[in-house]
Design a protein around this ligand. Sequence first.
Ligand code: P6P
Length: 337
Amino acid sequence: MNVNRKVLTLDEFTLQQLRNFPHATGELSNLLRDIGLAAKRVNVEVNKAGLVDILGDAGTVNVQGEDVKKLDIYANNQLMGVLSHGISCAGIGSEELPEFVVFDDEASNNSKYVCLFDPLDGSGNIDVNVSIGTIFCVYRRISEKGKPCTREDFLQPGRNMVAAGYIIYGSSTMMVYATRRGVNGFTLDPSIGEFTLSHPNIKCPETGKIYSVNHGNFFQYEKGVQAYIDACQKKNKDNGGPYTQRYIGSMVADVHRNLIKGGIFMYPATIDKPKGKLRLLYECNPFAFIVEVAGGKATNGRQRILDVQPTELHQRSSLFIGSRKMMEELETYLARS
Ligand code: P6P
């Protein structure tokens, strides 16, 4: 009987990658498998959110001042659990927690990596069954191994990232992650309870016809952004269009679609949010790393996202991310303003 060996599980894929680097310790492979395990547990709850009392608010407000959904807390605890009990992570930063968490036990202090994550992005969409996601990124610690990790380990510029990824809980559940070697997508096969390689070597199309932005904020955007959006609406078959506007209101879903099909996602600064809405460390940076490895671009409108030097865990940023040629056209409009 032919065994279909082309469809590798996440575990088999990470081990195969490990075999390509004989000197690797396997810590990153372990860490990615740990995240995959947490994702499978979150997926079970997300899929039955409509059936049990895990819907709705937890009755608390997080450090962002946002109503915390019960699934946010559950997802945060699942990720913290696998990472603190593993041997690959010295500490974490999470959207749901006010400060960094240093695990500070012998095994964790001897770990090479730290993680930052948004455990459940787009959670406002949970109750209306719109796709939501988990976003994560991994850095090699710069503090002395054998001791507790430090704040500086988490405040590295995104260009230092070792790996980044997301899980999208949608029509299917997918885990997509990038290392400098490439971007690969794994679809959860419920029949075996494993993520299986379904999108090898993802490349972001160098151009596209989808633009994603919240038009409700149009008159709050800077003039260059307004001019670009106006140009998108005027595209036709003679100048590279017509374009389609798609905005789900769940970053993981919007950026994932554009990564696969080509397109541009924008969350510009607004009058109400002059520093932008999205979080640099665990939303903008991970997606910037993934999209750049796949051949796209990501900026804050003035600077490459991955070159921004972070100063605090929850700092916000504007974000423009997507197909290279669409980003280059956007930059011509921003330069004029
Ligand atoms: P708005 C979800 O709350 C989120 O953080 C991102 O996932 C999403 O892209 C954005 O906010 C949507 O924000 O202001 O357009 O509703």
